[in-house]
Design a protein around this ligand. Sequence first.
Ligand SMILES: *[C@@H]1O[C@H](CO)[C@@H](O)[C@H](O)[C@H]1NC(C)=O
Length: 265
Amino acid sequence: MSSVLNTLILVTLCGSLCWAAEAGIELPHLDFKPIKQLPADIPTCQENDLNINECIKQAFQQITPRMKYGISELNIPALDPYELGKSSYNYNSGLLQGRISMKDVVVHGLSEGIMDKVDFRLKNNRVRMELNSHIPKMFVEGLYKADIKLNDLKLTPKGRFNVTLTDVSMRARPMGELYERDGHTYLRLTKFETEPKVGDLRFYANGLVPDPALNDVILDFINQYWRQLYEAMLPETLATWQPLILKTANDFFAALPFDMIVTKS
Ligand SMILES: *[C@@H]1O[C@H](CO)[C@@H](O)[C@H](O)[C@H]1NC(C)=O
């Protein structure tokens, strides 16, 4: 009897604790090899160029289409399509309570990105940037599993999903500091805040409920109220992603001397 009770307590504890421990993202492994020299076709900018903002903008514009195949000399993997590993999110807003896990997620469209505005400031070894960019169309597909509560209704849907996002705009404000190592200057980011905004969104999923007709009714509802749902889901989604983006950006910049891309005169 007591062992049954023990098991029950364990299961209950795990129900709340293992849940929290499990939340997060698992990305495909990336290898950042130290970069000794830039390939000749990689654009660079000069630190004291009066038009450095325009130079950086043009550089992004030249590099972005090449994201399709990746640029191995810069440790940039193929980003279009971009294959995500597993990720899971815990949501706890009035609209949506529970956990959503996704796997085999593929993101299309990143190489069509357009850099609209760059504001680069460098002063006393501190770097502040404002990058405004947009992607005209993105398509994301994958598998999902959820465990959610809507009022007293408990749902455990599971299936395939896809989302078409149009006009995704992003304001990023990376901030960091320059430091010296082995005769080169490197950038270490301290902050990387982003604010993705979506123009329009179209969502499809099967398996929301067993009945396909009711599944369609739910899809209509979600597509009608996607903006409210998006806003309810954004804070937790960003909270899960932002530390990882910062870490990945720092691994990238620890391998690529900053004075190779923004050269001193
Ligand atoms: C998205 O999923 C729906 C439902 O499975 C499917 O009918 C549709 O073709 C998919 N969209 C694309 C662009 O693959």
